[in-house]
Ligand binder design. Structure first.
Ligand SMILES: Nc1nc2c(ncn2[C@@H]2O[C@H](COP(=O)(O)OP(=O)(O)O)[C@@H](O)[C@H]2O)c(=O)[nH]1
Ligand SMILES: [Mg+2]
Length: 450
């Protein structure tokens, strides 16, 4: 991917996050009673958005290592760094909590390596939460195994795949395997994908073989005087392929990955804000909707001309949606407008059907009934009957639209001009075929795109 395109993606992501932050920071002006309470509720999301924007500005790529205990996660990160910063060891629990270190393999990329405890070292719920938190922050995931995969590893791998991040399967400790066994394990790992256990076969650059901390080798030393001795020789790590794979990915699409991850995080934060706001304003919204339902029912019931019912109904519905959006402090986007218009259309067709049905039941069109009712008591009954029924339908329509508006305002808040979902879709539509992003799009496209 060209540098220009990647820069564009970063800039789009920054613009999107800035817009979101300024919307939510400025729109919620103090004064309204519930605003300060709401501001407190959505504080974590706003902080998360700010942190994500800062991360984008710093241009730091995060790489997290996951795996079961003693597979060599810490050793792999040390080997990448070229020095033993992280403690390693054969016992459980050497790495107690996630830790991060800076790695600057060249002056072009800034990388943060995140080490985690083994997925089987900490208890269930905490582990799952830790994994989710770290995975959410990571731009690239290293899943470290050291041979054939166990059921626990397999499940963890599937779970991590859901985080929609590029993932490299690191086959560590290859020094322990003779070449033929090594090939067998490698092929087994590849098969993981091929049999559709994962959604797509693992590509060659998604599995990398390393020996991060090879076991010392006992070597026979023969001295000139004929004396023979055995010594332990430490071997250098074999990590070159992994380092190269990572650098290739980062050069090719690192900044676009960064942009995309920031947007996915922003989208989640925004959807949470919408959810919390809608919940917090539940009662006010309910009142607003009923107010509209009442007036709409009244207007439709009193108005004698059928087609005006429909037009007036649509205008009232749009006004309701606008008022709801204002109440929630959520943006109205094209996404919502489209979906809600459909609901309005169906509600209006309900109204039209209602007009038709009442003319059958009472033998007269409401408009016609009104005109003739002046001098005919029977058709007056017809007018009142059809008017009541239509009011009911119109009122019901307003309630339905109020409900739909809630759903769409929540789902649609990220679909505005610079909205996170819009920019995600735009970036994914521009990635070339040979990228991990393209593969992710193929595999998770529907989820990523919306
Ligand atoms: N033979 C061999 N042992 C390794 C290799 N990498 C790590 N180890 C050993 O595996 C054990 C666990 O390593 P560690 O990095 O602490 O695992 P972690 O729990 O996944 O972080 C340590 O005793 C390491 O020396 C390797 O490539 N080959
Ligand atoms: Mg460790």
């Amino acid at each position: 991917m060209s540098n220009n395109l990647q820069e564009t993606h970063l800039n789009r992501a920054r613009a999107s996050l800035r817009q979101t932050l300024s919307w939510y920071n400025n729109f919620r002006k103090p004064g309204q009673t519930s605003n300060s309470q709401l501001a407190g509720l959505v504080k974590p999301e706003l902080e998360m958005l700010t942190a994500t924007l800062n991360k984008l500005d710093q241009n730091v790529v995060r790489i997290a290592a996951f795996g079961l205990v003693s597979r060599g996660k810490s050793s792999v990160l040390n080997a990448l760094l070229g020095q033993k910063v992280l403690q390693t060891g054969p016992l459980n629990g050497v790495t107690q909590y996630p830790r991060s270190i800076r790695w600057s393999p060249s002056d072009k990329v800034q990388i943060e390596l995140i080490d985690t405890p083994g997925l089987d070292e900490i208890s269930g719920e905490i582990r799952a939460q830790m994994a989710r938190d770290v995975a959410l922050q990571a731009d690239l995931i290293l899943f470290v195994v050291s041979g054939d995969i166990t059921r626990t590893e397999y499940n963890a791998l599937l779970e991590l795949r859901k985080s929609q991040k590029p993932l490299i399967l690191v086959f560590n400790k290859i020094d322990l395997y003779p070449d033929t066994d090594r090939e067998t394990v490698y092929r087994n790992l590849q098969q993981l994908g091929a049999v559709h256990l994962l959604e797509k076969p693992l590509q060659p650059d998604e599995i990398v073989m390393v020996a991060a901390e090879p076991s010392p080798l006992e070597v026979r030393v023969e001295y000139p005087d004929g004396r023979v001795d055995y010594e332990w020789e430490t071997l250098p790590p074999q990590i070159h392929d992994l380092r190269q794979t990572i650098l290739n990915i980062l050069n090719r699409e690192g900044r676009s990955l960064l942009a995309l991850n920031a947007l996915v995080q922003a989208r989640e934060a925004e959807e949470n804000i919408a959810k919390k706001t809608i919940d917090a304003r539940e009662q006010q919204a309910e009142e607003l909707i009923w107010q509209f339902a009442k007036y709409k029912a009244l207007a439709v019931g009193l108005n004698p001309v059928a087609i005006l019912d429909v037009v007036g109904g649509v205008v009232a519905d749009l006004a309701l949606i606008r008022s709801l959006a204002r109440l929630y402090g959520l943006p109205m986007t094209g996404y919502e407008a489209g979906k809600i218009l459909k609901t309005i259309f169906f509600s209006s067709s309900g109204l039209l059907l209602g007009e038709l049905a009442t003319s059958v039941v009472f033998g007269l069109d409401k408009s016609a009934a009104a005109i003739t009712s002046a001098d005919n008591p029977t058709s007056m009954t017809g007018f009142i009957g059809s008017a009541l029924m239509q009011s009911g339908i119109a009122g019901y329509g307003a309630v339905a639209i109020g409900k739909a508006a809630k759903v769409y305002l929540e789902a649609g808040c990220t679909w505005g001009q610079f909205g996170a979902s819009t920019v995600i879709q735009e970036i994914l539509s521009q990635v070339p075929k040979d990228t991990i992003l393209h593969r992710l799009q193929q595999e998770l496209g529907s989820q990523l795109g919306g």
